[in-house]
Design a protein around this ligand. Structure first.
Ligand SMILES: [Fe+2]
Length: 194
């Protein structure tokens, strides 16, 4: 990808835990897929309604925290929600610059094209130059597989492409940050801003 820290895991969570988590979340479909959670196209997101799933399902929260620990063992999940994308759902370009790291776990992925995730090079110059400088990759496209775990810096722009399959794709997205004490200890100049 670009010269930014990023992580991709695959089949790294115990399959029994994955299957149980998938079954438990999908059993709550009627609760999640309500008009208040309607998102772009035909999709649903609990970003504003149920965004503490790492606390409701601590095994999953621990899995995420352990996955980032080799990079930074002080990062912790702060928000965690589910996205349900039926045929026709998508997510427009956005970022999560309010947090240190953001990520997605692929809970249920159909065989057919259900929408890849596309990351944008953080240098806007590259987007303009990519036709003339083919080594300047403007985007990085990831075709997801069930059990994929992706983590990237919160500032990185990304979008989720259209679901062309007839089945739903389920993902669990999350935000990670240092807590305030660890942040002040690591970046003491922050105290000047208080
Ligand atoms: Fe996102």
């Amino acid at each position: 990808m670009f010269d930014v820290p990023s992580y991709r895991g695959f089949k790294e969570w115990d399959p029994e835990y994955h299957d149980a988590f998938q079954a438990r979340l999908m059993s709550r479909r009627d609760e999640f897929c309500v008009p208040d959670n309607a998102h772009n196209g035909t999709g649903y997101s609990t970003r504003s309604s149920a965004n503490k799933l790492h606390k409701e399902y601590p095994d999953f929260g621990n899995f995420l925290n352990q996955s980032i620990a080799s990079y930074d063992d002080k990062l912790e999940v702060t928000h965690c929600w589910v996205n349900i994308h039926p045929h026709g759902a998508y997510q427009t370009k956005h970022n999560h610059a309010c947090c240190d790291m953001a990520g997605t776990y692929y809970l249920k992925v159909p065989e057919a094209d259900s929408g890849s995730i596309q990351f944008y090079n953080p240098s806007p110059v590259v987007e303009a130059m990519m036709l003339h400088r083919p080594y300047h990759a403007g985007i990085h496209l990831h075709v997801p597989t069930e059990t994929d775990l992706l983590i990237w810096p919160g500032y990185l722009d990304h979008e989720v492409l259209y679901n062309y399959s007839d089945e739903e794709r389920w993902t669990v997205s999350f935000l990670m940050s240092l807590n305030m004490l660890d942040r002040m200890e690591r970046f003491p100049s922050m105290l000047d801003d208080i």
